[in-house]
Ligand binder design. Structure first.
Ligand code: F6P
Ligand code: MG
Length: 463
């Protein structure tokens, strides 16, 4: 079935792919150029300076190639295991230009190609070209972090809830985790820090409930509460998306699930090199935990943005530190772990998880009771980034990793791309009409591009 539905292509002017290629990617590459340029040390380190200039040149060339539909060149061999996988695909496509490939392939290739400039250097190997913007947005998320930190001890207290309040709390924590995805940095080319702060508060979350177009959380609540009664080991996995505030809410969810006994271990899956600007790397995990351990140092002393600096009251500091202590304890006891895999930075739809070559990762995921996929890109990969009819059932779009696959999937996704499935009849048509700003936009699913709407979709692949 999956093979019969075509993926979104970069040349499709009605999809967000085209706007991404011409409007977003050049801005993102320019930001990367700036970041490298600013980090070039000068006379104090000649080799690093020389290599830094070479990277700037390579990035500028890449930007030109994107904007002028040049051929996608094979990746140079930087020793990582996925080079042949990308290059074989390029060969199969027959030396395509940037406008002759699927959106998913082009965008993954873009970030993988950028990575090669660093991995083939000697002095820039571990340089995270997007780190600066990640840190800035994490610092700007302080108000929402404080709001949640103050509530942590009550949401993780196992004894105080009736069945009904437990259910409501479950929904709320998952929705916090969902909307934490609304503010990824690859869309930041069009959103301000003030917008981010207003998206993150509790008032905004209430308002946004009507924008969740499909919501299977009740099924997931029933599943996890019934497993709590019947099984002693209950692992939940989170395939992470963005660092900063989103990683914070993912850890918050992890702390909640572990404390409430809704899981006995949580495995987090980060990316292995800088990816889609803001995606979590293992190093981001350490950065966030350090920030929570010493919030005054990270959020105040090291903050260069005078406008963002605000007093942290002693009770704020205490709330953040006790949240840190709880997470650090889960981590130390092996209940909260991170497990990187090169699979997550391939160009493949997740349909390929069930293939022979990915057997070790797939077998591992099947051990889990529930695999939560965060964010837009993960959703695009779950559904093959294909132009499905939007009423197609979620489990159908999952193809070989859907029903009967042995793995349970939950997608928590704010919509930032065209693909969407599992909608009630008529929803897409209604939203297309409502969001139409002018006649020219006809034929575009623009409502799905900005992160305003979301879907929470579950498939029980163990049935
Ligand atoms: O649609 C914009 C976009 O940047 C896509 O390129 C990408 O799929 C996505 O958003 C990244 O968002 P997220 O961090 O939620 O995966
Ligand atoms: Mg992301």
């Amino acid at each position: 079935i999956c093979e019969n539905v075509p993926p979104y292509m970069t040349a499709d002017q009605t999809s967000f792919a085209y706007t991404s290629l011409y409007k977003r990617w050049p801005v993102i590459i320019t930001q990367a150029i700036d970041a490298v340029f600013r980090a070039i040390p000068g006379a104090s380190d000649e080799l690093k300076t020389k290599e830094g200039r070479k990277i700037v040149e390579a990035l500028s060339k890449l930007k030109y190639e994107v904007q002028h539909n040049r051929v996608l060149t094979p990746l140079i061999d930087d020793g990582l295991p996925d080079v042949a996988h990308y290059n074989d695909a390029l060969k199969k496509f027959g030396e395509p230009g940037w406008l002759q490939v699927s959106w998913l392939f082009a965008e993954c290739y873009l970030y993988r190609r950028i990575a090669t400039y660093f991995t083939t250097s000697t002095k820039w190997k571990d340089f995270d070209v997007f780190l600066g913007s990640k840190l800035t947005t994490l610092r700007s998320s302080l108000p929402a972090i404080l709001e949640l930190a103050h509530r942590y001890s009550s949401v993780t207290n196992p004894s105080t809830f009736t069945d009904d309040t437990s259910r409501l709390l479950f929904h709320e924590i998952f929705l916090i985790c969902l909307w934490g995805n609304a503010t990824d940095l690859s869309l930041l080319t069009t959103i301000s820090y003030e917008d981010i702060q207003s998206l993150q508060g509790s008032h905004a979350r209430k308002e946004s409930e009507k924008n969740i177009l499909a919501n299977d959380l009740d099924e997931v609540f029933k599943l996890l509460t019934s497993l709590k009664e019947s099984k002693s080991d209950r692992r939940v996995d989170i395939v992470l998306d963005n660092s900063g505030f989103e990683l914070f809410v993912d850890l918050y969810l992890a702390g909640y699930l572990l404390s409430q006994g809704l899981a006995t271990s949580i495995v987090l899956h980060p990316k292995s090199h800088p990816w889609f600007v803001s995606d979590v790397l293992p190093s981001d995990f350490g950065i966030l935990l350090n920030a929570l351990q010493d919030p005054v140092e990270f959020f105040i002393n090291q903050n260069e943005n005078e406008e963002q600096k605000r007093e942290m009251k002693p009770e704020d500091v205490d709330a953040v530190k006790s949240l840190f202590a709880s997470l650090a304890q889960f981590h130390a006891e092996g209940q909260l772990t991170i497990r990187p895999s090169p699979y997550w930075t391939l160009q493949d739809p997740f349909w390929s998880l069930a293939k022979e070559e990915n057997q070790s990762l797939w077998t591992d995921l099947k051990e889990s009771e529930l695999v939560i996929y965060k964010g837009d890109l993960n959703y695009r990969k779950l559904t093959g980034d294909a132009a499905w009819n939007p009423t197609t059932p979620f489990e159908v779009a999952l193809g070989p990793i859907g029903k009967g696959s042995g793995c349970r999937t939950l997608a928590l996704r704010t919509c930032k791309a065209d693909v969407v499935v599992g909608l009630p009849d008529g929803t897409d048509e209604r939203l297309r009409k409502e969001d139409l700003d002018n006649a020219e936009e006809t034929g575009k699913r623009k409502w799905a591009w900005s992160g305003k709407y979301a879907v929470v979709q579950f498939c029980d692949g163990k049935l």
